[in-house]
Design a protein around this ligand. Structure first.
Ligand code: KIV
Length: 253
């Protein structure tokens, strides 16, 4: 793949798009060197890094701080930074928040939601800021919805998401994350738009896949989402290394 920064984001992301979250320099560098195409500085950091029960306490300052770390580590991957809850309540707020994320090193920002976000996406695009959409289960709405509920179980819900996806595309997003929905719903949305869809817990018919890094490498064994596939055992390797370090202290004193 040609990673030249002069290429548009769409040209830097080839189907099937490989995307993952990362929140700091070493992990971003490892993801980048492994050839991952897109790194999301996700507000999931509130859960997997900070230990909160959900993403609703994450602040813009935190995403800025982590985006700076990631941008020092990733030289080729497209870096997308999440707009945290209540940092894009209206178009002007979305613009001011996004400018800070771009200044921190992001190539693009991501916001959650459909038709209610169209004016914000248009404002960002008019200012030259690249935007990724996010439909389906929206973690920032976990409190209103009373939990994490899979989407796309009714025809009306699928139609609503297809309409939202088309409107996001029309407004200028370069990609849309589809989170936790029936595979048939993700397939319908993917067929309805030209921009790539990037799934997580949405079946195998999207144009790419995104996962939370900690799930993939096995560094957070206390909770593994049902759709996650664990490909590493970082928790075990870490505990093993620490046991050896403890032995070293004992044996050298
Ligand atoms: O914050 C995040 O990690 C995300 C992904 C789950 C898509 O939004």
């Amino acid at each position: 793949m040609d990673h030249s920064p002069t290429l548009s984001l769409a040209d830097r992301l080839e189907r099937p798009i490989s995307a993952i979250t990362a929140y700091d320099y070493p992990m971003a560098r490892l993801c980048d060197e492994a050839g991952i195409q897109m790194i999301l500085v996700g507000d999931s950091l509130g859960m997997v890094v900070a230990g909160h029960p959900d993403t609703t306490s994450v602040t813009l300052e935190q995403i800025i701080y982590h985006t700076e770390m990631v941008s020092r580590g990733a030289k080729h991957a497209v870096i997308v930074a999440d707009l945290p809850i209540h940092t894009y309540d209206d178009p002007e707020m979305a613009l001011q928040s996004s400018r800070q994320l771009i200044a921190a090193g992001a190539d693009a920002v991501k916001l959650e939601g459909g038709l209610g976000q169209i004016e914000k996406v248009k404002k960002l695009r008019a200012s030259g800021i690249e935007v990724c959409g996010h439909l389906g289960m929206l973690p920032q709405r976990v409190k209103e919805e009373g939990g994490y509920k899979k989407k796309g179980k009714t025809g009306a819900e699928v139609d609503g998401m297809v309409e939202a996806a088309k409107a996001l595309e029309e407004a200028g997003v370069f990609a849309i994350v589809l989170e936790s929905m029936l595979p048939s719903a993700a397939e319908a949305i993917t067929a309805a738009v030209q921009v790539p869809t990037i799934g997580i817990g949405a079946g195998g018919q999207c144009d790419g896949e995104i996962r939370v890094l900690h799930d993939v490498i096995g560094s957070s064994p206390w909770f593994v989402p049902p759709f996650a596939t664990v490909h590493g055992n970082v928790a075990e390797v870490t505990v093993d290394a620490l046991a050896k370090y403890l032995e070293e202290i004992q044996s050298t004193r």
